[in-house]
Write a protein that binds this ligand. Structure first.
Ligand code: 3HC
Ligand code: NAI
Length: 702
């Protein structure tokens, strides 16, 4: 049963009951129309109330149904709304908590609407690369006015019901309930009071005009164009609302419907819908039930007040959780605190943080030089130098002082978490929390599950990640975890491309045009080329047969570590971040080509993008197969939130699915023929080869 039906005196009450948010899937839509018919057929019923059970009136169309035949099956949302409009008895929407997308469109089809205060009202379809497809663009301007409606439709942002109720002349709500608790009772009373009113009011009959339409819509288009560069939906929202002001209602509906269907098939919408699901799926761990008891984390200790320790601490201070930082020397603590202050002060200056909030946050921060002072912390995060010997000393100390049940986390980016856990007598309490730099800004948190990490520790850290507003993705233990393991292959390809004939600028421009926030060489200059150098030096020992381009080493030998040394793959003017193509670097690459006897060739942007992106995909397929990531969509979330992968492409795995895995494998086979590349790397991972052969995809959630 996806709706409930009860009769209260002369009022029929239809309650949407489709947890978690009363999505309007096919079963729910059918059930609404069935119950409407029932109410209309019952002579004792004089009016009807539609409301939602649980935590929403309705979150809108069922996103999980999109792309399946059920989404289009009758009754579709249009037919349900038409049935409501055509009901011979008045229908009242009783709105509370969440009223979004198709849920709001359903309410706009009702003859009357009563809302509880505190309800989040939105047409968020644009965030899924769509526009409201069941009359939202035609009806909302009629009840709110064109400008407030367009703002809501283009931004997709929720607005509180009590604020909407204050818009002069609004006809969205006929009445505001006193409180969410009294909504049902007030809605029944209201329905009784209007039972005999005729004719029944319909939103579609209201006028829709803007006094300076042409100028306003031109202005709106200019604004929207600037903000929505890779996405078609926002501009289409403007078109549809403009149509509401210029066309007859029915024509406007048809126009909106056509745009909705076209947008549904765009790769951008597919990507955004995938991300919506992937983000939520990331918090679900196959063998850790959602009701796993969690440990209480009321205080945090951070070891190391360097680049990462400071940023990590800020996350918890921002969430109101006290932090104690430990260092080896007072000077290091002072430096760490000064950096945190500087970051907060910059936010205050920009008006992003209020002075009293800043002070409140700083008051939660304390420091120490003694491990004994950490004993009461519920969780400790280590962010000291990336050396196993140093980590060993720290974890042995932590094992000595931390109270039983405390969670012991390491921010290591490359070291073996099983080994680190083994330095303690309580490996079940040890976990990796791999933050990304700057740790107070970057959304991604790789949560590294070691062999013996207890399930409740994992569940606790995932919940904590949500609290500090990170996108947390679980990774198994391997060198580089999910993200850095993949980026190593991407960087290797970037190096080969230089050797074969490309310039850093060409490579960066090609992937930036594809949509990456930054190409590999600009990224290297930002992060510091010495980091990759250190990793490669280790690799030359561990895997002597592994092929690398020497260009990056030659660059580092010239002391060009990137922005921090004023020169890297690019030149930099002191104090500025603009990357200026460098003749010195071009000369170095050309000399290197001569030294290794390579005649440069012209490389197309298409080849650059394919080699860089498919290198990610092939490594990701190994990662999936080895169980380091449990879902392809987790890998997409890592790349979208930690590595600047273009949002409108939905992540490397969705992108590969959309290109077609067969095509990806074909290209990889071609790259393997290139004698200057690493043929063994381009052997498709067995999982990828199998899926491609079977005509399957990485089996994503949407
Ligand atoms: N359809 C199906 N499932 C939905 C859903 C929807 N519209 N909205 C949310 N859910 C599911 C989520 O997938 C999640 O499922 P899970 O528990 O299995 O992971 C669950 O509801 C809870 O979601 P959140 O974790 O996001 O819970 P919150 O309480 O933080 O937020 C919400 C609730 C505000 C409703 C938020 O989920 C949201 O913004 N949802 C999207 C709403 C939306 O985009 N609606 C428009 C749909 S398109 C449409 O209506 C087309 C129409 O115009 C024709
Ligand atoms: P950093 O060099 O900026 O800071 C390390 C701090 O640890 C220094 O202030 C040092 O004084 C302190 N320290 C060293 N040994 C200590 C000990 N025994 N006890 C207490 N304090 C000690 O290093 P950074 O960049 O902050 O890195 C820290 C960890 O985070 C490393 O494991 C690194 O691999 C990891 N990491 C770094 C990222 C980055 O971009 N910098 C990104 C993700 C992870």
């Amino acid at each position: 049963m996806t709706t409930l039906y009860e009769v209260h005196g002369t009022v029929a009450l239809i309650t949407l009951s489709n947890p978690p948010v009363n999505g309007l899937g096919h079963a729910t839509r059918s059930s609404i129309t069935d119950n409407l018919q029932k109410a209309n057929a019952d002579a004792t019923v004089k009016s009807i109330v539609i409301t939602g059970a649980g935590k929403a009136f309705s979150g809108g169309a069922d996103i999980k149904e999109f792309g399946t035949p059920k989404a289009l099956s009758e009754p579709n949302l249009h037919s349900v709304i038409l049935a409501i409009e055509n009901s011979s008895k008045p229908v009242v929407a009783a709105i509370h908590s969440v009223c979004m997308g198709g849920g709001l469109e359903l309410a706009l089809g009702c003859h009357y609407r009563i809302a509880a205060p505190g309800c989040s009202v939105a047409l968020p379809e644009v965030k899924l690369g769509l526009l409201p497809g069941a009359g939202g663009t035609q009806r909302l301007p009629r009840v709110l006015g064109v400008e407030p409606a367009l703002n809501m439709i283009v931004s997709g942002e929720p607005v509180k019901s009590e604020l909407l109720a204050q818009i002069p002349g609004q006809k969205l709500f006929d009445k505001m309930a006193q409180s969410p608790e009294s909504l049902a009772e007030e809605a029944l009373a209201f329905a009784q009071s209007i039972a005999d009113t005729r004719p029944l009011p319909l939103v579609r009959d209201l006028p829709c005009k803007h006094p300076n339409g042409d100028a306003y819509f031109q202005f709106a288009r200019n604004m929207v164009k600037g903000m929505s560069k890779d996405f078609p939906a926002p501009l289409k929202c403007v078109d549809a609302v403009e149509a509401a002001t210029k066309r007859k209602f029915e024509d406007g509906l048809l126009f909106e419907r056509e745009i909705f269907i076209n947008l549904m098939w765009t790769p951008e919408s597919r990507a955004l819908r995938h991300i919506f699901m992937a983000e939520r799926a990331a918090s679900k761990i196959p063998d850790v039930p959602e009701d796993t008891p969690k440990r209480e984390i009321k205080s945090i200790a951070v070891i190391g007040a360097g680049t990462m320790g400071g940023g990590i601490s800020m996350n918890f201070l921002n969430a109101g959780i006290p932090v104690k930082m430990l260092e080896m020397k007072q000077e290091a603590l002072d430096r760490g605190i000064a950096t945190i202050r500087k970051n907060y002060e910059a936010q205050v200056k920009k008006g992003k943080l209020k002075q009293d909030k800043y002070e409140q946050r700083m008051s939660l921060l304390s420091t120490t030089l003694s491990y004994d002072d950490l004993k009461d912390a519920d969780m400790v995060i280590e962010a000291v130098f990336e050396e196993m010997g140093v980590k060993e000393k720290v974890f042995k100390e932590l094992d000595r002082v931390m109270k039983p049940g405390a969670i012991l986390a390491s921010n290591t980016s490359t070291l073996d978490m099983n080994k680190i856990a083994g330095f303690t007598q309580r490996p079940q309490d040890v976990i990796g929390t791999h933050f990304f730099s700057p740790a107070n800004v970057m959304k991604l948190l790789e949560v590294v599950r070691a062999e013996k990490t207890a399930k409740d520790v994992l569940a606790t850290v995932m919940a904590l990640g949500k609290k500090i507003r990170k996108t947390s993705v679980v990774s198994g233990v391997c060198d580089g975890f999910i993200g850095n393991r993949m980026i190593e292959q991407y960087s290797r390809q970037a190096g080969f491309l230089l050797e074969e004939g490309a310039t850093p600028e060409q490579v960066d421009k090609a992937v930036e045009k594809f949509g990456f926030a930054m190409g590999p060489f600009r990224m290297g200059d930002l992060a510091g080329n010495d980091i990759g150098w250190a990793i490669r030096k280790r690799r030359y020992q561990e895997k002597p047969g592994m092929k690398y381009s020497k260009t990056a080493d030659l660059l580092c030998e010239m002391g060009r570590f990137g922005q921090k040394t004023g020169a890297g793959w690019y030149d930099y003017v002191p104090g500025k971040r603009d990357a200026i193509p460098s003749q010195v670097v071009v000369d170095m690459i050309e000399k290197h080509r001569k030294d290794i006897g390579v005649a440069p060739r012209k490389i197309s942007d298409e080849e650059i993008v394919q080699r860089l992106v498919y290198s990610l995909v092939n490594e990701a397929a190994h990662i999936l197969e080895e169980g380091i990531a449990s879902k392809a969509s987790d890998i997409d979330m890592v790349y979208l939130t930690g590595y600047g992968f273009p949002i409108h492409r939905g992540g490397p795995m969705l992108y590969a699915d959309q290109v077609g895995l067969f095509n990806v494998v074909q290209s990889m086979n071609r790259f393997a023929q290139n004698p200057l590349d690493d043929a063994s790397f381009w052997k498709p991972a067995p999982l990828l080869a199998r899926l491609a052969a079977e005509g399957k995809t990485f089996n994503l959630s949407t």
